[in-house]
Design a protein around this ligand. Structure first.
Ligand SMILES: CC(C)(COP(=O)(O)OP(=O)(O)OC[C@H]1O[C@@H](n2cnc3c(N)ncnc32)[C@H](O)[C@@H]1OP(=O)(O)O)[C@@H](O)C(=O)NCCC(=O)NCCS
Length: 299
């Protein structure tokens, strides 16, 4: 059978022990733990990504068995993470291979292992945000593009008028679920330990530090006005820092707000999905409510 045409369920059956034979020999994925974080940071630095050590700790806390790596000569040379939002959705992230080890099948091996794990847990949909480098692999594994997600950057410096501080974070589970299409309350509780605010309407926004720029997101709102209030509150706290904001292209109001507030688009990724269980109805998500994504590793 063509290795590229195998579905995740079949992979689970072919190799339930984790070791996989690729062109360059046997590779054995293993679970990453906190002691691997310095190696994980080295890998993400080589790709120029924004994550911090805390981001790795967060993803390991949310997916203790879903953070996978491959080690060579005592060093982690490739990583992949899979965070589950119940059985509805698994989100793949942190797909990284050390530049010196690329093109040898490490990312494919880890993706197949992650998909096998999600399949064994009967997770119905799997999604990810793909860079141009990652997209060919995901297409071979059966993922299809469902939209685009843009990273916008606001350089430091432009001073904003002061705005009223919103209230502390209070999760409107129904609103978030309507926006995202799955229950991500566990993720939001972890991210809420950093920077959060909620409006009376239920609209909320969060932020967190990054190694290159402070990160605005997630933000969910029923109206552009409330999203703008949350954004100006956030920018008011970070006027002198660069800020990243990941916007779904489908949400034109978010794109307009980004432009109006001095952000510039710096890259575009593809949001891709794979139905793991055959004939699963599409997730009922509403991109017009999503004013900022939670991060490429979470959706
Ligand atoms: C994307 C990335 C993870 C691939 O890792 P890798 O271990 O080299 O990937 P693999 O060797 O398993 O290759 C898997 C497939 O990716 C594609 N690919 C890998 N290297 C490629 C290259 N240099 N040019 C074009 N396609 C390439 C191929 O389709 C390949 O399948 P094939 O071997 O059957 O042709 C790695 O390039 C990387 O870390 N890039 C920077 C971070 C990034 O963009 N990650 C993806 C996030 S979504």
């Amino acid at each position: 059978m063509d290795k590229n045409k195998r579905g995740p369920r079949q992979d689970a059956e072919i190799n339930s022990g984790g070791a996989r034979e690729q062109g360059h020999g046997i590779m054995t994925p293993r679970i990453l733990t906190a002691s691997d974080i310095p190696e994980c940071m080295r890998l993400k630095e080589s790709a120029g990504w924004n994550q911090t050590e805390q981001d790795w700790r967060n993803v390991m806390a949310l997916a203790p068995e879903g953070c996978l790596g491959i080690e060579e000569s005592g060093a982690v040379v490739a990583t992949t993470t899979a965070v589950c939002f119940g059985q509805e959705l698994g989100w793949i992230g942190m797909v990284l291979t050390d530049p010196a080890y690329r093109g040898r099948g490490y990312a494919r091996c880890l993706m197949q292992e992650a998909l096998a794990q999600l399949s064994a847990r009967r997770v119905r949909w799997i999604k990810l945000d793909a860079t141009d480098m990652g997209r060919p692999l995901y297409e071979q594994l059966g993922f299809r593009t469902e939209g685009l997600i843009e990273r916008w950057l606001r350089p430091p410096g432009a001073v904003l008028p002061p705005c009223t501080a919103p209230g502390p974070f209070r999760l409107d589970v129904a609103l978030d679920r309507e926006a995202f299409g799955a229950d991500r309350s566990e993720l939001l509780e972890v991210l809420a330990k950093m920077e959060t605010a909620t409006l009376e309407s239920g609209a909320y926004a969060m932020g967190r530090p990054g190694s290159k720029a402070h990160y605005f997101g997630p933000c969910v709102s029923r109206s552009r006005e409330h999203a703008r209030d949350l954004l100006t509150w956030f920018l008011g706290q970070h006027q002198r820092e660069p800020v990243y904001w990941d916007v779904l292209s489908a949400n034109s109001e978010a794109v307009d707000l980004a432009r109006e507030h001095g952000f510039e688009k710096v890259r575009t990724l593809s949001r891709m999905s794979l139905d793991s269980v055959a004939d699963t109805p599409r997730l009922d998500n509403h991109d017009e409510l999503v004013f900022a994504a939670a991060g490429f590793e979470y959706g």
